[in-house]
Design a protein around this ligand. Sequence first.
Ligand code: GAF
Length: 384
Amino acid sequence: MLAQRVLASFQHRYGTNPLLVRAPGRVNLIGEHTDYNEGFVLPAAIDKEIVFAVALNGLNSARLFSLDKAEACELPLGAAPLQPGATLWANYLLGVVAQLQRRGVAVPGFDCVFGGNVPMGAGLSSSAAVECGLAFALNELLHLELSRLELARLAQQAEHEFAGVQCGVMDQFASLFGQAGQVVRLDCRSLEYQYFPFDSAAYHLVLCNSGVKHSLASSEYNTRRQECGQGVAVLNRYYPQVRSLRDATLAQLTQHQTELGEVVYRRCRYVVEENQRVETAGQHLAAGNMAAFGQQMYASHAGLRDDYQVSCPELDLLVELAQGQPAVLGARMMGGGFGGCTINLVPAAAVPGFIAATSAAFQQHLGRPLETYQTTIVGGVSVL
Ligand code: GAF
């Protein structure tokens, strides 16, 4: 078992008794690229997790060990502000420490071993799980009493500054606020949230991994964010109440289409429509109309592919394969895009057939096997 492996590795390396913390990855049913536009998202924490063993070490350094990479890294926690270093996985952890220091916390030396089963680069937010897990563990160990919301913001800031991705708050929020069997509808402006039960006896969320890890993902992500900002700057001149795309309407976009330019117009149109889809999909979910919910997922994918242009041929193929199977209720690419997984809403009884048919067709089209994951919705970050 994962937690036992992490604990055994920690005790072998450092010989002390650590605090054990688990931090889940996430799925997002609908509402993609809406979080940094102060819109709505519908994520859930899943049973793909990172486990941390952390203890204070009485030294002036952080000794970090990645179980999955079998790599160690030691960093001084002196007076000089921490900077991102050459070891990429360590930067997610250092980013969290740097954020705590910025909040005036004198972080003492600590030992940390972590490992997990969140597939990397699959769009399941392994990075947010790493950041949230360490932030939560240090909060406990140092009795900082930061709220889960403060931890989510802190982890998001770590991602901005130490991973260079100007992400929204969805992933960190989902990892920290997940509830077993529930999806969470988050308003990314007010940070008000509401849980909706997900009938996991009747429906499964199956993830199909395109196997593509696009090297442009972070730079394109930041570009999309800028394009949305450009759209807001234009609209705000005419409609001062438009402070983010959350406030914009399709009519306003159409009115100023020429000034926005084709690319920015399409980016903005996607975001405004996606926000509406989250609203509509939330109503279908509450009413138990999963067939109608699934249609919103397909529409979301079309917008991400055609207007927001963050999909890739392998993801499009996976969604087409799903669409060709009447039993599948909905499918879409998930997360930042340019690779990673599709999320598929499938009635429980149809799951084996769906996996078999999609795997066979994927193999036939691309000449390589398809990796699929069946997920369960679990609770957010916790002490083990
Ligand atoms: C990534 C980001 F980290 C999230 O904040 C979100 O913007 C998502 O892409 C797209 O919806 O996971």
